[in-house]
Design a protein around this ligand. Structure first.
Ligand SMILES: *Cc1c(COP(=O)(O)O)cnc(C)c1O
Ligand code: SF4
Length: 311
């Protein structure tokens, strides 16, 4: 269930500024699964900070752009983003179950780009390029599609012989586990020839709950390798204890840390930025306190580079 901003303010005992949401041009959105993890009366709650529109978003910053990672230049056909060797993104849905204030796609022209009418062209393009071994469903969030439509798309991908791996990038299992797909998708996964990877997106240990644990065990049993990507965010997770706890808690739910992203410099998100020196110190502290397999790779996406760039 989605909640309007006014209800969130009431429930969490916050002061309401109704006009701000409109001024930022990026609507408030969160599911009750996520909101119930927020501590009422705490304006510094790390989950609240990820979803609440604030004045700082309106302050212009010369280095924070509308399309920070050059997506619009790597876009051979609508819905496809092909930047790296062997794998590409297929943007399967324009929607998400949450609006993260730091989102690098908060200004992306989704309406134009992501539409099921582009899928056939996109699939043909993948079929014509036998260097593509992995298709990554992204968005928005592919899990905000109707499950039947998503599985139909996946089955079409599976029919392309040179595709070996299906990867799903999704935040839904973390922020709205009670509405994540469990029907046709699992049936498909249990019987598919493809290798299956799911990369979830969790930034703080408080986002993980009994609901996410139960869901992850279901996906694991269906054959998905589970990985996590986080974004390093000032005031949310820029603390080595928090990041170490996140890694341990992810692992306890069957998920391995994959990437810790330096923030993409998108307009409206400058107040979330952690500088590179601080990020590197955090990484060093993590390496000193965690087994290697629980240390995420600290990376930045630089437009035009053939891979994410390690820091
Ligand atoms: C991040 C990204 C990928 C995935 O990169 P991996 O390093 O394989 O996780 C693929 N395509 C695009 C366009 C990306 O931005
Ligand atoms: S779930 Fe991902 S794509 Fe959607 S708003 Fe959050 S960061 Fe952006």
């Amino acid at each position: 269930m989605m909640q309007p901003l006014a209800q969130l303010h009431k429930q969490l005992e916050l002061n309401l500024d109704e006009s701000l949401e409109r001024e930022t041009g990026f609507r408030f959105k969160a599911h009750t699964d996520f909101i119930e993890r927020i501590e009422p009366g705490n304006p510094d709650d790390p989950l609240l900070k990820q979803i609440l529109p604030i004045k700082e978003e309106l302050r212009p910053h010369p280095d924070f752009k509308l399309d920070p990672v050059g997506d619009l230049n790597a876009n051979p056909t609508p819905s496809l983003i092909h930047k790296y060797h062997g794998r590409l993104l297929l943007m399967a849905s324009p929607k998400c179950d949450i609006h993260c204030r730091y989102c690098f796609r908060r200004h992306f022209p989704y309406g134009e780009q992501i539409n099921q009418r582009h899928w056939e062209t996109a699939l043909q393009q993948i079929a014509d390029d036998n260097t593509i071994h992995e298709v990554i469903l992204s968005g928005g969030d592919p899990f905000s599609l109707a499950e039947n439509a998503m599985v139909t798309l996946i089955e079409k991908i599976e029919r392309i012989a040179h595709v070996r791996t299906l990867r799903i990038h999704t935040r839904t299992p973390i922020v709205a586990p009670s509405k994540a797909p469990r029907g046709k998708l699992l049936e498909w996964a249990e019987n598919s020839r493809l290798q299956k990877v799911m990369v979830v997106h969790c930034n703080h240990p408080n986002e993980l709950s009994d609901k996410t644990a139960e869901l992850m065990s279901v996906y694991r049993l269906a054959g998905f390798h589970l990985l996590n990507q986080s974004v390093l965010l000032k005031g949310v997770n820029d603390c080595s204890e928090t990041l170490a706890e996140l890694s341990h808690k992810l692992f306890s739910q069957g998920i391995l840390p994959y990437y810790l992203h330096q923030l993409d410099r998108v307009q409206g998100a400058a107040h979330f930025e952690v500088d590179d020196a601080t990020a590197q110190t955090l990484k060093k502290t993590l390496m000193e306190s965690l087994p290697g397999y629980l240390v995420p790779k600290l990376v930045r996406e630089i437009a035009g580079q053939p891979h994410k760039t390690p820091l």
